[in-house]
Write a protein that binds this ligand. Structure first.
Ligand code: GDP
Ligand code: MG
Length: 300
């Protein structure tokens, strides 16, 4: 048996969370085309007959400006420290830039073995891969360089095999049917945030936080044909400014309604229950620097 921790590391938007979901075959991390979608380390457990790989999906490596971002980067650093192996993801379609240099510098601090994964190879021509490998291969002593597509699943099995080769011999760290350790509250708050990110375009870049205040059971109406259990979920969306609140509400409430409907459907599928989702919006200026709000969100 082999088992260990593998940190997924890279710039924002390179596809770390997509890869985690593909590996697990289930959604444990939310995805968006906006940077800095993932804010904490999200654990995903893959158990096979070879052993167990515990993946840590992470926030993207960036220079932090707010307390929120400093906390995000602290998740990255501690995941670098605790992991047995690091998978550095790079977007194969993007040119090497300052952000990539910063990532390489950050990784120079660690002596943990590193895999280099060129992701999104589905979006580039095959002949572009070799020059990429050439550009990167001497920057760090990579143990393996593997082109993958997290979205299509290309080479993900190869990657898993190579990971096992590099993990210590050890007993499993979690039980066989554990997929993650994040709570339902956290997952639901993330799902709501994902719907906000996809509904609200450029006007509002990643400045919302979502807190699930309560999840309560509800009685079924006496003659209802829907036999699913019923749950009532209360959640608060934090925004920094009143005009952000208006954007999220939308014309005649159309935006918040769509966010609520999409999130509710997804949560209903997960819980196999009928869900009532009550969303409230709270304006809290500079919540990104409020230890109170950040503690509440991380503590879900
Ligand atoms: N074409 C393509 N797009 C991808 C792939 N992996 C991720 N993406 C897209 O890249 C964006 C960022 O993905 P996400 O997993 O949230 O990136 P993260 O910030 O690194 O976690 C999303 O729009 C994904 O759909 C891939 O293998 N191919
Ligand atoms: Mg992510």
């Amino acid at each position: 048996m082999r088992a260990g921790y593998v940190a997924l590391i890279g710039r924002p938007n390179v596809g770390k969370s997509t890869l985690l979901n593909t590996i697990l075959g289930e959604k444990v991390a939310i995805i968006s085309d906006k940077p800095q979608t993932t804010r904490i380390s999200i654990l995903g457990i893959k158990t096979t007959d070879k052993g167990q790989i515990v993946f840590l999906d992470n926030p993207g490596i960036h220079k932090p400006l707010h307390q929120l971002n400093r906390r995000m980067m602290n998740f990255v650093y501690s995941s670098l420290e605790t992991s047995d192996l690091i998978c550095l993801l790079v977007d194969a379609a993007l040119k090497f830039g300052h952000g990539d240099e910063f990532v390489i510098e950050t990784l120079k601090m660690t002596s943990t073995p590193i895999f280099l994964l060129f992701n999104k190879v589905d979006s580039i021509k095959k002949e572009k891969v070799l020059p990429l490998i050439d550009k990167y291969k001497d920057l760090l002593p990579f143990k393996e360089i593997i082109p993958i597509s997290a979205l299509k699943g290309t080479n993900v099995d190869v990657m898993e095999d190579r990971i096992y080769d590099n993990l210590p011999e050890a007993e499993k760290l979690y039980s066989d049917d554990d997929l993650t350790i994040q709570s339902d509250r956290f997952l639901f708050s993330e799902i709501i945030r994902e719907k906000i990110l996809s509904r609200v375009r450029e006007e509002l870049p990643f400045t919302t936080a979502v807190l699930v205040d309560s999840i309560e059971d509800r009685e079924r109406a006496p003659h209802s044909k829907d036999l699913r259990p019923r749950k009532f979920i209360n959640a608060t969306i934090f925004v920094e400014r009143d005009n952000h609140r208006k954007i999220i509400i939308g014309r005649h409430g159309s935006v918040i309604k769509a966010i609520g409907t999409e999130a509710r459907k997804e949560i209903e599928d997960i819980l196999e229950a009928r869900i009532y989702l009550d969303l409230h919006i709270k304006v809290k200026s500079r919540w990104r620097d409020s230890a109170n709000v950040l503690d509440l969100i991380e503590g879900q």
